[in-house]
Ligand binder design. Structure first.
Ligand code: 1AL
Ligand code: ZN
Ligand code: ZN
Length: 450
């Protein structure tokens, strides 16, 4: 009889310490130097880093309804290849959006049949679903998501101020959290309409239609409502230093608000989108270099809660438009979050490895009440981890991407740190280009064990 199901020998933690890790029934049951005992499977992790599995808090899987854009099978394969072991799926770009219990159940069924990784669902907050927020909490949503600007799809409506205000009151009562896409609707819509009416539809015109002030104003308004209603607030994909500063100031006043940024705001600038085109189109748009530097600075100081991909995939044809406003807005990036943090954060900027790892694991798990079951390498936690060959460099190739549509602004980029193996609750789901077939993924609910 083996003592354990799985033993990982000599993995190097982010702290630099070398350790053995033992797993039984999907849970970490022992951690230490030179563990005794046997296991059904042993992994020699000498020379490899052992990190807790990443949790991507912001992914658009478009199933059901737009599975041909990205489904749970392809999306979770890409995430696994990028060192992620769980993800939170956004309520939009699938049809129907996750706006009620029936839609939640459709999502759940699709994910259970196809996801390699554990998953949670964001529920929608839209003008037409205030009466469905309770049932969504009962289903187990990880939080709610609202769009303060246009969402990019007709089937997901943006919130007016009354919906935002009353939605926050209800979400506060339900003990949940609201995430907002914060850009001022009136400003961005009017600027876009004026530019298009003048025939200005190039990349520059798009960038100018979504100025930093539009983002900062929306963040400020959302914070004010959160302060008034007591609703926990999370600002997704903050792209500018001034946005983070508002969050810091509000937290200092006692407002329960956090923010995330995305790899693309940390490694790309508006010059890149002008060169790369729609593959790098997103909202808020890429910003000037000084914003990128400000974001790295806030990352270093621990002021940005976590980093999430905002993977928003689409078929290539939807990106190819003469009119840049009409091209699909959203970057395919789910596979590259950890590699980019290792390359640009650790190797290029010498940010401490434990901080970078926490940005995609413990910080996410804590904010959404999944810690320490998730995001932690401790006895009793789920055995979710990733093995990384940190010193190895490579160039990201198109055929190395596992998305449904193999495009990304990072193709051709020099990367450091190869994700060799990804393990979910003790099961290897990714190993050097190979993926498991079985959909191991399970639903995660805030505060509950799977
Ligand atoms: N409909 C979307 O997927 N939108 C997403 N698109 C981006 N970020 O460009 C988002 O998160 O706002
Ligand atoms: Zn958004
Ligand atoms: Zn998004």
């Amino acid at each position: 009889m083996s003592t354990y199901d799985l033993l990982v020998r000599n993995g190097t933690l982010a702290s630099g310490e070398t350790i053995d890790l033992a797993v039984s029934a999907g849970t970490i049951v022992a951690l230490g130097r030179e563990l005794t005992g046997s296991a059904q499977e042993e992994i020699d992790a000498s020379g490899l880093y052992l990190f807790p599995g990443g949790i991507d808090a912001h992914v658009h899987i478009n199933e059901p309804g737009r599975t041909h854009w990205e489904g749970f099978a392809t999306g979770s394969r890409a995430l696994a290849a990028g060192g992620m072991t769980a993800f939170f799926d956004m309520p939009l770009n699938s049809t129907p959006p996750t706006r009620d219990a029936a839609a939640f159940r459709q999502k759940l069924e699709a994910a259970q049949q196809a996801s390699l990784l554990d998953f949670a669902f964001w529920g929608a907050l839209q003008p037409d679903n205030l009466e469905q927020l309770d049932e969504l909490v009962e289903c187990g949503v990880i939080g709610f998501k609202a769009f303060m600007s246009e969402s990019g799809t007709d089937d997901f409506q943006s919130v007016d101020d009354l919906t935002l205000y009353e939605g926050m009151q209800r979400i506060a009562k339900l003990g949940s959290l609201l995430a907002v896409h914060a850009e001022n609707l009136t400003l961005t819509r009017a600027l876009a309409q004026r530019a298009r009416a003048q025939g200005k539809t190039d990349i520059r015109a798009y960038l100018e239609s979504r100025p930093i002030i539009a983002e900062v104003e929306a963040i400020q308004r959302a914070i004010l409502f959160a302060d008034e209603t007591g609703c926990p607030l999370h600002i997704v994909h903050v792209s500018c230093g001034a946005g983070v500063r508002l969050v810091i100031e509000a937290r200092a006043r006692g407002v329960d608000v956090s923010c995330e940024t995305c790899p693309h705001y940390l490694v790309l600038t508006e010059e890149d989108v002008e060169q790369l085109g729609a593959v790098a189109k997103c909202a808020p748009p890429l910003r000037p270099l000084e914003e990128q530097e400000a974001l790295w600075d806030y990352v270093r100081r621990g002021e940005i809660a976590f980093v999430a991909s905002d993977h928003s995939p689409a078929p290539r044809e939807l990106k190819e438009h003469e009119d840049f406003f009409a091209a699909w807005g959203g970057i395919s990036g789910a596979q590259s979050t950890l590699p980019l943090l290792l390359t640009e954060g650790y190797a290029a900027r010498r940010l401490p490895l434990p901080l970078l790892v926490e940005l995609i694991s413990a910080r996410v798990a804590r904010r959404f009440r999944l810690w320490p079951q998730k995001g932690s390498l401790t006895v009793g936690s789920d055995a979710d981890f990733v093995l990384v060959r940190l010193e190895k460099r490579y160039t990201l190739q198109q055929d190395g991407l596992f998305y449904r549509h193999q495009h990304s602004p990072y193709i051709g980029r020099e990367m450091q740190g190869v994700i060799e193996r990804t393990v979910v609750r003790g099961q290897t789901v990714y190993l050097e280009g190979w993926h498991a077939e079985r959909p191991y993924g399970r639903l995660l609910r805030p505060g509950a064990k799977v």
